[in-house]
Write a protein that binds this ligand. Sequence first.
Ligand code: FAD
Ligand code: SIN
Length: 532
Amino acid sequence: MVKTDILVVGAGIAGLTFALKTAHRRPDLKITVLTKTNREESNTRYAQGGVAAVWDFETDSYKKHIEDTLDAGDGLCDEDIVEIVVKEGPERVKEIIEWGTRFDKHGAEYDLGKEGGHSENRILHYKDYTGWEILRAMLEKAKTMPNIEIHDHFFAVDLISQHHLGHVVTRLNTNIECYGAYVLDLATNHIDTILAKITVVATGGAGQVYRSTTNPVIATGDGIAMAYRMKGRLENMEFVQFHPTSLFNPAGENPAFLVSEAVRGFGAILKSKENEEFMHLYDERKSLAPRDIVARAIDNEMKKRGDEHMCLDCSHLDKEKFIAHFPTIYEKCMSLGIDPMKDLIPVVPAAHYVCGGIKTDEIGRTSVKNMYACGECTSSGLHGANRLASNSLLEAMVFAHRIFEEVVERVDNIEIKAGIPQWNAESTSDPKEMVLITQSMKELKEIMSNYVGIVRSNVRLKRAADRLLLLYNETERLYATTTLSPQLMELRNLITIGYLITTSAQMRRESRGLHYTTDYPEKLGFAETVLR
Ligand code: FAD
Ligand code: SIN
């Protein structure tokens, strides 16, 4: 039994921003941060394009960033939340610069990039590995904070609530409380009980529910699934963002390598293998239209032409500047025998970002008492039906800050809960056939990619739901009898994520933003899909 003032599940930009600020203001508090593998591995680490923030007030304005966000979100953004994030964003970016994060400059001025859906250049970036740079600076800073303990290879299994005290908890309960988490320590294979006054869930995304994704293998939606199991409120899970341009690799690669949207912001043009432009057929902003539109256009062109990929043409761009801005992308292409300055880069859409998740309010509070959430695992109201490029790093920092401000005031009034039982692993034994888990994982990804992808229909969603139910039942039987392993927990969590996406998609009888169904191709004015 471990006791801590604050438990932070996740050490990406969301978890670390919160932990650093809280540790600085309250050196008397013990802050325990968990990662499921190691602290260097997260979606944050792979962020390429950068952080969107209004920086140059001569050309840009909050009004323009707000309008671009609302336009991308296709009618489902919470306007108050959009205003909060856009207006507080620049201050948060200044703070991480003070913490040592570098962003590229032209002389004394920051080099502001552009991405799809943005009407102005407003993306601060560090070459094409902005996320790595932010994480580097934050982890360096964390080393100087004695009251932050980061535990690597500590896999959160379940968030603890009244349910674990033997009480019946249903989705109608409005008084659910969080007392911490059961956590598998992968070094000892023991399940620890970590009790906390406050728990902050910052577990990131769930791209691994699809066959092809830009997300690293850790992105298995654990926080969202745990919140669902504890009967917390979730919403908008049908809005899965497919990034239009992951690098097409016939050998298959997990994760799929991303070719940043900033490359299109830099002037690259989407074309067919025959060197024909096609985006003008779909949107007047052509290659720089918002992601939902571009990904659907590519998907449609691939189906129409029977091609396995579309292409990005960079051949007209300045070689020296391209390499300086996109060194990782250049090297990756060259390693596969593609010279971006001469050859068309083959690209396909890949699952990239879950817009829905744990419902949070303007402070980052969830429906569960003493539990907050920030970052990609949340549905804060910022993204609506489709996230504007480079808005997620910003969102994570803004809500981590807001949670920090509330928590440092509240934490002293909360007691650690007594009487929480240890994890019960009785009647379970080591898995005899790991193949059952790996095969189910493959099946899950096939189901989601084939039936719940960019274009959906009633028949496809029904087929997905039926097959997911079989997988769910098989996996629950396995879970009840098998010693816990990360593979089993990730499978279980991803089946939940698949179920949530599919069910929400079935509930939304219209097409909007990232959810497109051939049975209801029109926009109808539906509100959030709340999962109770
Ligand atoms: P993450 O950074 O994913 O961190 C999650 C943390 O939770 C990890 O430390 C993990 O170990 C931990 N964790 C998860 N489950 C458990 C568990 N069960 N137990 C213990 N710990 C757990 N957004 C932008 O705004 N701009 C960009 O340029 C950009 N580019 C991107 C490029 C790529 C290739 C990808 C994949 C995403 C990109 N995004 C971008 C999205 C953005 O990177 C993410 O949304 C954001 O980094 C998420 O941060 P986070 O802190 O919420 O989660
Ligand atoms: C990219 O660099 O294209 C990713 C940006 C994002 O996901 O916001």
